[in-house]
Design a binder for this molecule. Structure first.
Ligand code: HAS
Length: 582
């Protein structure tokens, strides 16, 4: 038989591209809306307690009048940290990415039930964790270091929030897989790619905290609960009621530092891929933006020991390796600083901006969504400087466990992330509700008051920590060691807190007015801002290929963690959990 006569091999047909129907849009809006709504509700409580927290430091303890349910300073601090740092961020990011992934790929979710189930599991977890927080059964701070032990519902609740977020991420990845089959050879849109990389980073990062909770903390908490309920004999599960604090802390910080990039990358996604479009700009370099996200995937995890420079039991060489990797992790952020600024400059010059710096005035400062995000980026430049200071071993010895650290993270997660998320909401809420923003002027005032409030607050905390070693996580209002020299800084922080309180009130007024006030229908629909790249050339294929980056990330994690974790597990010394002291 000749070759020509052979029957033709069946060619795998490329599935027809699918687009979003009106019903798909409604579904995406619903899931996004619920996630974002829950995030804002958590933030409302978290910010209110934050204000009381800050005022306590200045000697003004208003807890008993304004939050009588909160029994101790540490209960307040735990609720503030968990709701703001863990709940507000995670729910907002899942909601935002739900919107971004579907709209960027222009494709409905492959398994919509998975996105719904993710929301249900996350919400159930949040409710379960909220109970011990408010009942004062889990005042262990958001880092929950043993030997402190919270009620089992706290750990199980947090686990469910994480598992739910994994399910949302799997849903994004299945959808991406389907899109990829329908669009062979096409570059993944930048916004979808950035969101997917962030979710894969989250999967890698959360393995540490999952191991800590499932193997070290939850069994102990369950043992205590079962004994107290008389369901098992006293002492029958003593093996579970202890853990090695150093191993626990190491697993926590394996997760704890990439966690901060899980908070940051959605902001970067918006600064790179959306913000330029809001000021007539273009993406200065799309390939570079992709490279930055891949670098974060590779470098974000193997740095956790920089939170443990003062921990005995971690040999210096591992601290040195993690310090070096941390400083290289600043590189993609420095790239971001220059390229995002260049993208915005393109816009400002298109709007008539002139001169070396004069163009800055022509940026879209009248738009609250734009302004909030640009102010967030400016604050992050300072948060980045204090981060690099923290990462430098000898400087860390000066500032570790002082108020410098809350100064740092209020400029990062409290500003770069949170103020950017506010800015995103100022276009996303009108998009979801079909109603005008209530009101652009109020939203602008919100962004500026947050900006100045955070400058004062973070500056005073940084200086108190640097000059006077004022401790973090301490009820300074009741502390006998507060020196008169601290007073001006505490006063400065109080002015900052007052501005932040005004800002938070304005934020909630904008949200409530937009969502609940009747009428106010948009004349024309809001579109998701998408910045066009300057160059029409597609990004190189190696910047749209997962395996080298994912393998690199896993290899680096193994090299930088496996030997030390092996040693920590081998030498583990179980210390009994402490009785509850709060
Ligand atoms: Fe951090 C502690 C090191 C970034 C959050 N960090 C914390 C804690 C939190 C936190 C919550 O090495 C406390 C944890 C606890 O409870 O104990 N951090 C760093 C380093 C970076 C860094 C090196 N941190 C972040 C981000 C966070 C965050 C981001 C949240 C979102 N951090 C540390 C260390 C500790 C630490 C130690 C432990 C301290 C201790 O001893 O306990 C870097 O990623 C920072 C790099 C950033 C830059 C800035 C680039 C600037 C940009 C803005 C550009 C501006 C524009 C505007 C575009 C180099 C991108 C242009 C303006 C126009 C007008 C056009």
């Amino acid at each position: 038989m000749s070759v020509q006569a052979l029957p033709a091999a069946p060619i795998a047909a490329t599935p027809e591209p699918v687009t979003l129907s009106a019903a798909d849009h409604r579904f995406i809006h619903r899931i996004t809306g619920w996630n974002v709504g829950i995030a804002i509700a958590a933030l409302t409580i978290g910010l209110w307690i934050g204000v009381l927290q800050g005022l306590e430091h200045t000697g003004l303890d208003l807890y008993k009048y304004l939050a009588p349910g909160i029994k101790t300073y540490y209960q307040g601090l735990t609720i503030h940290g968990v709701l703001n740092a863990l709940v507000w961020t995670t729910f907002f990011i899942i909601g935002f990415f739900t919107f971004v992934v579907a709209n960027s790929l222009q494709r409905p979710f492959r398994y919509p039930w998975l996105q719904t189930a993710a929301l249900v599991v996350m919400t159930a977890g949040l409710l379960l964790a909220a109970y011990p927080l408010f009942a004062n059964l889990a005042s262990v701070l958001y880092t929950f270091y043993p030997p402190m032990l919270a009620d089992w519902t706290f750990y199980l609740g947090l686990t469910l929030v994480v598992v739910g977020s994994w399910m949302a991420g799997w849903g994004f990845l299945f959808t991406y897989g389907a899109w990829r089959r329908e669009n062979p050879g096409v570059r993944t849109p930048f916004l979808a790619l950035g969101a997917l990389i962030t979710m894969v980073l989250w999967q890698l990062a959360t393995l540490g905290v999952a191991a800590e909770i499932l193997f070290l903390l939850l069994p102990g908490a369950l043992a205590v609960a079962l004994e107290n309920a008389g369901l098992i004999a006293m002492g029958s599960m003593d093996w579970a009621k202890s853990a090695d604090p150093l191993l626990s802390r190491s697993l926590f910080w394996y997760f704890g530092h990439p966690l901060v990039y899980f908070w940051l990358l959605p902001a970067y996604l918006s600064w790179y891929g959306m913000l330029p479009a809001q000021t007539n700009g273009k993406m200065f370099s799309e390939p570079l933006a992709r490279l930055v996200f891949w670098l974060f995937l590779v470098l974000s995890v193997p740095v956790g020991f920089h939170h443990q420079y003062t921990d005995p039991g971690i040999p210096q060489v591992w601290k040195f390796i993690h310090a070096t990797l941390t400083l290289s992790l600043a590189f993609p952020s420095l790239l971001t600083a220059f390229t995002v600024t260049a993208s915005l400059e393109i816009g400002a010059r298109a709007r008539g901006g002139k001169g070396y710096f004069g163009w800055i005035r022509k940026l879209n400062w009248g738009n609250p969504s734009y302004t909030a995000q640009n102010l967030a980026a400016i604050l992050f430049a300072f948060g980045g400087i204090s981060g690099i200071t923290n990462a430098s071993y000898n400087m860390n010895m000066v500032v570790h466990n002082t108020s410098w650290v809350p100064g740092h993270f209020h400029l990062t997660v409290g500003s770069a992330t949170t103020l950017t998320f506010f800015g995103i909401l100022y276009w996303l809420l009108p998009k979801l509700t079909g109603k005008k923003l209530f009101t652009p002027g109020m939203a602008l005032a919100q962004a500026w008051t947050w900006f100045f409030g955070m400058i004062l607050f973070a500056n005073s905390y940084h200086l108190l920590g640097l000059h006077y070693s004022a401790p973090r996580r301490s009820a300074l209002g009741a502390a006998p060691y507060v020196l008169p020299e601290w007073r001006p800084f505490l006063l400065e922080s109080a002015v900052g807190i007052a501005l932040l309180f005004i800002s938070a009130t304005l934020f909630f007024a904008v949200v409530a007015g937009t969502v609940f006030l009747p009428g106010r229908k948009l004349e024309k629909p809001v579109e998701m801002p998408v910045a066009e790249p300057v160059s029409k050339e597609p990004a190189p294929a190696w910047l749209d290929t997962w395996w080298p980056w994912l393998n690199g990330a896993i290899a680096l994690i193994i090299l930088s963690y496996a030997p030390m974790l092996f040693q920590l597990i081998r030498d583990a010394q179980a210390i009994p959990f402490a009785p509850r002291v709060w």
